[in-house]
Design a binder for this molecule. Sequence first.
Ligand code: NAD
Length: 428
Amino acid sequence: MAVIGAGYVGLTTAACLADLGNDVVVVDINREKIAQLLKNRVPFYEPGLSELIERNAKARRLNFTTSYEEAIPGADYAIIAVSTPEGEGGEADLSFVESAASSIADCMDGPLVVVNKSTVPPLTGDMVSRVIGDRNAKHRADVVSNPEFLREGSAIQDFMHPDRVVIGSHDRGAAEKVATLYEPLQAPILITPNIYTAEMVKYASNAFLAARISFINEIARISERVGADAKLVAEGMGLDKRIGPSYLDVGIGYGGSCFGKDVKALAALAERFDYHPELLNAVMDINRDQRMLVIDKLREALDELNERTVGLLGLAFKPNTDDLRDAPSLDIARVLVAAGSHVRAYDPAAMEGARVMLPEVEYTRDAYGAANGADALVVVTEWNEFRQLDMARVKASMRMAVIVDGRNIYDPAVMRGLGFTYRGIGRD
Ligand code: NAD
C-alpha cells in the first residue's frame, strides 16, 4: 500500500500499518523530508515514532520515496494524508489533496482503493473521484473516507487503540476492504453508507471538542467575576458521567494544526450552503479573546508592558509536541514584543521552530533561564517539567515576581505563600 504524505498523520499511519504486517511505501513531495527518513530520522518530535519507523524499515515493511511511480503501481490501497491548511475565506485548501489525486491517477496500473485520511469537508471524496476518473479512465478507483482522530503527542497509542474507526464510501465493498486493515485493532468500526457522513464525523468531532474548550473558558470568564474557581467548576462538571472530564481545561484556549482551521472550514462550508453557524462563530471568537486575556492580566499586574521582561514557559501548542501551528504562544509573544516588552522563552521541544517564527524572542537553556531577571513569567504550555520547578529559586531570580498561569498548573495559595503575584485563568 502507499501512504501519501509524510507528516504526523501519514508517518504514524504508515509506521503503524507496517507494524501490523503490511508492506507500506510512503510518498512525499518534500525531498528533504524523504532524505531524512531514509536515514531513519523523523523530521518532527513524536514519542515512540522513530523507534517504530526504524524497526519496520529494518524489517523492509516500510519504505520512503518521492516518486509516485515507485509507490502506486501494484498497490491495492493509496492512503492520502496530505495537508489541508486554511484556504481563502477560511475554507479548507484542497489543492494538496487534488494534486495527490492527480499523481495517483497518473500512476495507477490496476484497480485501487483510495483512502482519504486528510481532514476534508464533505464532497471532497467526490472531487477526488472525479479527478482520478478524468485522468485515468482505464482503471477503477473507489474513494473511501477514513478520517484520522489521532492526537499529536500520543499519535501511536491513538492509532493503535482508537475509540472508533470511521469509514464511509459510496461503495460498500471498498469500505469493507478498508475495514479489514483495522481488524487487528479490535476497535469499534462505523461504516457509513455514504462518504459525506464519514467526512462530516471528523469536522463535527473537532468542532465539538473546540466548543467544549470555548464553553469552559466562557464559564471561566464568568467565574472570575463572581469569585468562583473555574478549575474546580470544570472538575465538578466533569464528574457528571453525561459530561465527562475531557476537553474542559480552563486556560488560554485551543491551538494547533487542527481545531482552528477545522472549525473555520466548517463555518465557511456552512456559509457556502446558506447557513449562518452562530455557535461555531462564538467558539472561534471566545478562543481568540482567550489568548489576549494573558496580555490583559500582564498589563494589569505590571502597569505597563513597555520595557518589561516577560518569560514564557512553553511555546508548543500543547505538551509533548514541537508543533507550533496556531500556537497561542505566537500571538502572545508578538503582542508583547509590539508593546515593547523583552520576551524570553523556553520550551523543551519547540525552540528550533520558534527561532524561525519568532526571531525577536530570546531563547533560554531551561525554565530558570526564562525566569532569570524577568518581571513576569507566563505559563503558556503545560509541560510536566514546569510543574516540578523549584519555585523558590524561580522567585529569587526574578525582578518582579508576577506569574500569569495560562494553564492553571500551580496552586494559587502556594504561589502567593511564596510571595508571587499570581494570576490564574478563571480563578483570581
Ligand atoms: P503535515 O503538514 O505534517 O504533513 C503533510 C505532508 O504532506 C507534508 O510532508 C507534505 O510535504 C506532504 N504533501 C503535500 N502535498 C503532497 C503531495 N501532493 N504528494 C505527496 N505529499 C504531499 O500534516 P498532518 O498534520 O500530518 O495532517 C495531514 C492531514 O491530517 C490534514 O488534513 C490534517 O488536518 C489531518 N489530521 C491531522 C492531525 C494532527 O494531529 N496533525 C490529526 C488528525 C487529522
